[in-house]
Write a protein that binds this ligand. Structure first.
Ligand code: HEC
Length: 446
């Protein structure tokens, strides 16, 4: 094989990627949406001369820059680390195809980080108008980096080109402008704004948690309280709009995404109970959030507190996580659609591997002479990207409960039928026998 394998016990390596990626998405979307909100609301504060409102955004920017720059950068690198270990061939393929894209992304990332620091540290020192320009530079650079990354991640899940087929041209732009690029850009932009508004709700509710916001101008309320209470309600009222905008944009984008899905992917989704549950959860949470925003921030802005903001925040994160999970899961058996398979080989290699053997002696390893060990190695390359061994996620042992060696060999031989989420069996009869032998050691007997 080209690279060594990586086994993460129980969890499986791709699930580790999924966890880090989802945590990263929670922060990276805020980095984009928050930038847009900071620029928009600053512009509004400058235009209306509302110094207090602008001061709140200064306070918010501190939290924003700390979280997005530190945490976003760490989890972003975490993704590279895990994908390179779990799917080295796919990572190599993406680097080769998109090297120009990463370069552009890097340039925008530098602009983004520089603008973020300038925006925060010079908030009170620069003239308001100049400061606003920097805030808009940040927002634009962050959004462009979202667009760039979306082209690449969408390609992994659907390599059909919008203008021409990448597989026929090998052209960077044909890969970048893939069929799913536009709807996913719309979904991510909506999600960024939605998520950022939820962060602002939570941050504002926490910052003003000690303010007496329920009493109106009665005697026991201090002047400071009433000023703060006004400010808090202004933030709540203003943030309801991007929240609704975000939800509507995400839903429109999702409908567009559905309309462009290939029949194969639709089939994978329909066959999977888990994906159906997640899809229901996603739409249910979008509906619930819309309802809560209407009865809360829009109709009763004074009823908002930390608990309410936290609930909305958790619902938003859960909806986003389920959408990401579905988006990633439907690509099986591919890691990169139509290019790299889940068993760590290129699509064009299947026939040759079936004839000459799936495993090859390589720089990395010598093939073991012992049968079960050889079978274990076949498992690590051919199955480990989707199945744990005897315990854990989609563990193959329990899936083969009580089966005979002959039956197991039969299942492996027809790996991609009737199942459609698995690659075809890509080895020789000898490798098949070794794998069946290994699987007998992990499957529970009757
Ligand atoms: C790309 C991901 C992927 C790879 C690689 C993969 N599987 Fe699967 N496997 C799945 C999925 C998803 C299912 C669920 C069935 C479905 O709906 O397609 C599954 C189901 C199974 C089942 C239970 C279903 C049945 O038909 O009885 C067994 C057994 C199994 N896989 C064994 C293996 C073995 C052995 C390998 C390696 C030779 C392997 N899988 C490689 C994704 C994969």
């Amino acid at each position: 094989m080209y690279y060594p394998w990586w086994y993460v016990p129980g969890l499986t390596a791709p699930m580790l990627i999924a966890i880090i990626a989802v945590v990263h998405v929670f922060v990276s979307h805020y980095a984009v949406g928050g930038g847009i909100l900071i620029a928009l609301e600053n512009q509004f504060a400058v235009k209306t001369g509302d110094k207090l409102y602008r001061d709140y955004w200064y306070k918010h920017a501190r939290f924003f820059v700390l979280l997005t720059v530190a945490f976003g950068a760490i989890t972003g690198v975490g993704i590279w680390w895990t994908i390179a270990l779990a799917s080295p061939l796919a990572t190599e393929m993406l680097i080769r195809t998109f090297v120009f894209g990463w370069a552009i992304e890097w340039v925008f990332f530098i602009i983004e980080i520089t603008a973020a620091f300038l925006m925060y540290y010079f908030w009170t020192r620069l003239p308001e108008k100049t400061h606003l320009v920097i805030a808009w530079i940040y927002a634009l650079a962050a959004w462009i980096s979202l667009v760039l990354i979306t082209g690449i991640t969408a390609f992994m899940l659907d390599s059909r080109g919008l203008f021409a087929h990448w597989s026929e041209t090998g052209n960077f732009w044909h890969a970048f402008f893939n069929i799913q690029f536009l709807p996913q850009t719309v979904i991510r932009t909506g999600a960024a704004i939605l998520l950022a508004s939820l962060y602002v709700f939570l941050h504002a509710a926490w910052s003003f948690r000690n303010v007496n916001i329920t009493a109106n101008s009665t005697a026991d309320i201090t002047k400071e309280d009433s000023v703060n209470s006004e400010l808090f309600h202004k933030i709540v009222r203003r943030m309801s709009r991007p929240l609704i905008f975000g939800i509507v944009t995400v839903l429109l984008g999702v409908i567009w995404w559905f309309a462009l899905l290939s029949p194969n992917v639709l089939l994978v989704m329909e066959r999977s109970v888990l994906l159906n549950i997640l899809l229901t959860l996603f739409f249910g949470l979008c509906g619930l959030m819309t309802f809560l925003i209407i009865v809360g921030p829009i109709l009763n802005p004074r009823s908002i507190n930390v608990g309410f903001a936290l609930c909305l925040f958790i619902f938003g994160l859960t909806a986003l996580a389920s959408a990401e999970f579905i988006r990633e899961a439907v690509r099986k058996p591919w890691i990169v659609d139509q290019v790299v398979l889940g068993n760590q080989i290129y699509a064009g290699e299947i026939a040759e591997r079936q004839k000459n053997g799936f495993l090859r002696e390589s720089y990395w390893q010598q093939l073991p002479t012992e049968k079960v060990q050889l079978g274990g190695m076949v498992f690590m390359y051919h199955c480990n990207n989707c199945h744990a061994t005897n315990h854990g996620l989609s563990a193959v042992g329990p899936l083969l409960y009580g089966e005979s060696k002959e039956k197991i060999a039969e299942t492996i031989k027809n790996l991609n039928q009737p199942a459609i989420s698995m690659p075809p069996w890509c080895g020789t009869d000898e490798e098949l026998d070794a794998l069946a032998e290994f699987l007998m050691t992990v499957r529970p007997a009757k």
